[in-house]
Design a protein around this ligand. Structure first.
Ligand SMILES: Nc1ncnc2c1ncn2[C@@H]1O[C@H](COP(=O)(O)OP(=O)(O)OP(=O)(O)O)[C@@H](O)[C@H]1O
Ligand SMILES: [Mg+2]
Length: 182
């Protein structure tokens, strides 16, 4: 996978398969520590300890169509390749948190890629799931919560083209503002 956004798309699809109603995608860029942290938190069905162990194994998957599940092992490999770390915390009936850290300046650090597109792809595919995207760059912070947006839509679908364009632009502008040196 070329960039972090595609890993995020893939790992969030796990949360959706796990029947999550709310999924948080949290990114933190800490320049002083040269570290990027990604957390994906869901309130889905969760996993017991044994399933968590197996989920880290590329030859395990609960999918019946094929026996190789690569989403989590690939993100773990990307984190470790960039001198980072990877962990999964999960509780059956509660939900799951996937955490990956990266050394931001590492030569093998993947670029973030088009996170705005990733978020709108998820919204279009799963309009009923609430998605919170939050991004800290040092002291600055951007966040978008579809639950909050839905309260303003007066029955218009969050997946309608106008709203999707609005959300995509909102994220792009929000991130541009975060990255602009102050
Ligand atoms: N958020 C989650 N909640 C509950 N179970 C999960 C979650 N994420 C992963 N799992 C479990 O771990 C397994 C492995 O996940 P992984 O993403 O590595 O592979 P996959 O989803 O099965 O296949 P692929 O991602 O390659 O299409 C899943 O099949 C599922 O059983
Ligand atoms: Mg998967």
């Amino acid at each position: 996978m070329q960039d972090l956004s595609l890993h995020i798309l893939d790992v969030v699809e796990n949360s959706i398969k796990a029947k999550a109603n709310r999924i948080e995608i949290r990114l933190r860029d800490d320049a002083a520590r040269d570290q990027i942290t990604l957390e994906i938190v869901d309130d889905g069905v969760g996993m017991d300890a044994e399933t968590v162990q197996k989920a880290l194994d590329p030859f395990f998957s609960t999918k019946e169509t094929r026996s190789i599940g690569l989403g989590l092992p690939l993100l773990a490999a990307a984190a470790r390749a960039a001198n980072g770390d990877f962990s999964i915390e999960s509780r059956p009936g509660k939900g799951t948190q996937v955490t990956a850290t990266f050394q931001a300046g590492h030569i093998d650090m993947k670029p973030l890629g088009d996170i705005a597109q990733t978020v709108v792809t998820l919204i279009m595919g799963h309009p009923d799931v609430d998605i919170l995207y939050s991004h800290h760059i040092d002291q600055a912070h951007y966040s978008l919560d579809t639950k909050e947006i839905k309260t303003h839509l007066n029955g218009v679908s969050i997946a309608s083209p106008e709203i999707i364009c609005f959300i995509r632009d909102h994220i792009k502008e929000g991130l541009d503002n975060l990255r602009r040196p102050t």
